[in-house]
Design a protein around this ligand. Structure first.
Ligand code: F6R
Length: 557
């Protein structure tokens, strides 16, 4: 049986097929976050130029975090390559941690200069970022002045926002009220946890922040809010489709008349029209969607798939499937079999077996396989069982650790290994002054290291070796020969911080060379796509897409 046609079956009312929108904030979806960000940046540029012609200024409300980075990159590019001037632009940032010294590594002042202000011609006096360094007793007054300043310049013309997993906009955490203005707030636990990647340790993350209020934000004439990546999907759906509630402050945007939510595919998966398009009446049925609908119904009703009845389908907006398949029984069996055929104990294919209904072909019986592991541990963490099976079943398995992973090693571990080297040298009576000097340098650095300070190169190398050896033991334990363990050390990662460089041609070439060397029949991309780490999907959709494209290119040549 094939998937039902996309047109309404004869006899059904047109009404049933009308689109039903669940979205209370207009959305714009993008295959690739870069395209969405570029679109916003170009719109801002247009407005800046328009105001220049009118001899007027444009007031921008700006956000930090990963979401707007690509917008800033594009604005900088337009400044450099297209002569876009920011002389008539005034900016107000949404927020800043408190307390926070403006020159600290994690300050939003530093962030904004790093990504935007240092690369454009905006007058310093036009830049406003809440000051996280003022004494507590002046904060209230300071916040009032911040509001007044915005008003005195005619209010914010365009406000850029990201959304936190708590549903915050700015740092307006759950519980923020509609009329709130710029003020000192307490950060939600989840927000603090999300910030650990910037601050190194939980205890380093400030408990408070100064933020524009909900009413400050809603007064902006136009608002663009962005969410990229699957880790945002759930809160995005609640913000866009849920009831307005102060427990999800982003829902207040539903009352703004000129707001648009920019989303990529991953961030939109929980929206009704994507997750359950049959409820929105816009189904383009194909085999995959039929399977998705049946599994959804089974999960929703907490009923085994084979026990779903005609009535279950009809009562949950899926009567057209019953019309097409004649009965729940036929449909259930078809999907059940399909699911069965995706499960195998032979990930590399079962030799000499009829593979018509198996997820992998039987031949060649012995396959060459590459497991790409972004960090040195994603292989065993995310697909350890499959890894072992592939080796046991005699395939030629290669594992490629893409980056060194050095920033994830604790200083105390590095310190211990450094001391170990020195102790060993001493115990063996090897007097190696250079080695002892190096150990001394590393341990002294760790002892006096400031919060968030980038590691010395020598320390990064040591940390990289620690991870490398852990990964090597894991792979050897899985039965891999030494020659099949590849440490790619992709250079984009080696910044010493959480923020990575852009992928360069060198990074891509490393992958291409390995694919050309091994010529794999199977490629696995290990890891969790929702991994909020800079090396994972977050902010890397484009990179992953490019990798997929590379795989296709190399494998078909
Ligand atoms: C940042 C800000 C926050 C972020 C939000 C999303 O100035 O006000 O509301 O926009 O936490 O952060 P990212 O973009 O890093 O996911």
């Amino acid at each position: 049986m094939t998937a039902p046609s996309t047109t309404a079956p004869a006899g059904t009312t047109a009404l049933k097929y009308q689109l039903k929108s669940f979205e209370k904030i207009p959305i714009k979806m993008w295959d690739n976050p870069d395209d969405g960000a570029i679109h916003i940046a170009r719109y801002i540029a247009l407005c800046i130029r328009q105001k220049q012609q009118e001899n007027d200024h444009l007031v921008l409300g700006l956000a930090t975090g990963s979401s707007p980075i690509k917008v800033y990159n594009e604005l900088v590019r337009m400044h450099r390559e297209e002569g876009l001037s920011f002389q008539n632009v005034v900016t107000f940032n949404l927020d800043e941690y408190y307390p926070m010294k403006p020159d600290a590594n994690q300050s939003y002042v530093r962030f904004m200069h790093e990504y935007l202000f240092s690369h454009i011609d905006i007058p310093q006096s036009n830049i406003h970022i809440p000051n996280g360094d003022i004494p507590m007793e002046y904060v209230d007054h300071y916040c009032q002045e911040y509001e007044k300043k915005i008003e005195s310049l005619g209010g914010i013309d365009i406000q850029i926002l990201g959304i936190g997993r708590t549903g915050h906009i700015g740092f307006n955490e759950p519980g923020s009220w509609l009329s709130s203005r710029t003020r000192l707030v307490k950060l939600d636990h989840m927000t603090r946890m999300d910030a650990v990647k910037e601050f190194g340790k939980e205890e380093n993350v400030p408990y408070r922040a100064i933020t524009m209020g909900i009413s400050t934000i809603l007064k902006a004439k136009q608002i663009f809010i962005m969410a990229w990546g699957s880790h945002k999907a759930e809160i995005v759906a609640q913000a866009i489709e849920g009831d307005v509630t102060e427990m999800i402050p982003a829902t207040f945007l539903q009352n703004h008349t000129n707001v648009k939510f920019y989303l990529d595919d991953a961030a939109s998966v929980e929206l009704t029209k994507i997750k359950t398009p049959w409820l929105a009446g816009i189904c383009q049925w194909d085999d995959k969607l039929v399977a998705k609908a049946v599994i959804w119904l089974s999960l929703k009703l907490q009923k085994p798939l084979l026990k779903l009845t005609d009535e279950d389908y009809i009562n949950h907006g899926l009567s057209e499937l019953i019309a097409e398949y004649n009965s729940a029984y036929t449909l259930n069996i078809e999907i059940f079999n399909k699911l069965q055929h995706t499960i195998t104990g032979w990930p590399g294919g079962k030799p000499n077996a009829d593979d018509k209904h198996r997820p992998e072909r039987a031949n060649p019986a012995k396959k060459r396989v590459i497991i790409f592991s972004p960090h040195p541990d994603d292989d065993v963490i995310s697909m350890g069982g499959t890894f072992l099976r592939l080796v046991e079943q005699g395939h030629e398995v290669h594992v490629a650790y893409q980056v060194s992973g050095n920033i994830a090693v604790h200083d105390t571990d590095a310190w211990r290994y450094a001391e170990f080297m020195a102790d060993y040298a001493r115990a063996m009576g090897v007097d190696h002054p250079e080695l002892l000097k190096l150990v001394n340098k590393v341990t002294r650095f760790i002892e006096r290291k400031e919060q968030g300070e980038t590691d010395l190169k020598e320390l990064r190398v040591l940390k990289g070796i620690i991870r490398r050896e852990e990964a090597r033991s894991g792979a050897l334990y899985c039965g891999l020969p030494e020659k099949n363990i590849h440490f790619l050390n992709m250079p984009f990662y080696e910044t010493g911080g959480v923020r990575k460089n852009k992928l360069s041609e060198i990074d891509f070439q490393i992958i291409i060379d390995l694919l050309n060397d091994v010529k794999p029949h199977q490629v696995y991309a290990a890891g969790d796509l929702a991994d909020p780490h800079g090396t994972g999907e977050h902010g890397m959709n484009g990179r992953l897409m490019k990798l997929r494209w590379l795989f296709r290119l190399v494998l078909t040549n």
